[in-house]
Design a protein around this ligand. Structure first.
Ligand SMILES: [Mg+2]
Length: 213
């Protein structure tokens, strides 16, 4: 099987595909958040990804991979409020910083992208693995990159499955940080919305790669 790679045009198209999927899942994400919070997670994610879609449409086609990720993060940050807006925005910007000078994303660069995002989210969100946040999904996705897969498509598929499984597992965890920590065991049975969103994002990336590379 060929080792697939994503260039700057592919990255831009893939992020638009991810944005379309997040927008499509808005109601589902709002419902998850309504069970444990104020029910606006889908709205925040839609606003952020609509801003990314708009920004990508305005970028010079020669914009580098790191530039695309930085601009996406900046667009998300500028269009959203609350903790998840800052965490997601800075996460994308950190991914851009990590991929500075990279012209194609293959398996090693994808792994670097996820590990840089994990570090960023842990730092910005001041959270640890097991706190029932988006970090749990990112950590699982990054850990799945250690599988030894050399093909980008295989690696992203494994990471997406790991992120989605980790997101489902947050339903069995108590919340230790943020507003939802006051809900105690009432959060049980409901997956964390941020972790769920990250699983959706990676799932969309995997679907895009399968369809286009
Ligand atoms: Mg909320």
């Amino acid at each position: 099987m060929a080792i697939a790679a994503i260039d700057r045009l592919g990255l831009s198209q893939m992020l638009v595909f991810v944005a379309d999927e997040i927008v499509r899942r808005e109601a589902e994400l709002n419902a998850l958040d309504a069970a444990v919070g104020d029910g606006d997670h889908g709205i925040t994610m839609r606003n952020g990804f609509e801003a990314i879609r708009e920004r990508l449409g305005q970028l010079d086609p020669a914009t580098s991979i790191d530039g695309i990720l930085r601009e996406s993060g900046s667009a998300f940050l500028g269009a959203t409020g609350g903790a998840i807006g800052v965490v997601m925005g800075k996460m994308l910007m950190a991914g851009g910083k990590a991929l500075q000078g990279v012209h194609e994303i293959r398996a090693p660069e994808f792994r670097l992208l996820l590990t840089s995002m994990e570090t960023s989210v842990a730092t910005t969100g001041k959270v640890k693995v097991g706190d029932r946040t988006i970090l749990d999904a990112i950590h699982a996705a990054a850990a799945a990159c250690d599988s030894g897969a050399v093909d980008l498509g295989a690696m992203v598929e494994l990471s997406a499955s790991a992120a989605q499984e980790a997101a489902r597992s947050t339903a069995d965890m108590l919340c230790r940080v943020g507003r939802a920590s006051r809900l105690g065991n009432r959060v049980l049975g409901h997956p964390d919305p941020g972790a769920t969103s990250f699983g959706i994002m990676l799932g969309a990336m995997s679907d895009w790669i399968k369809a286009h590379l």
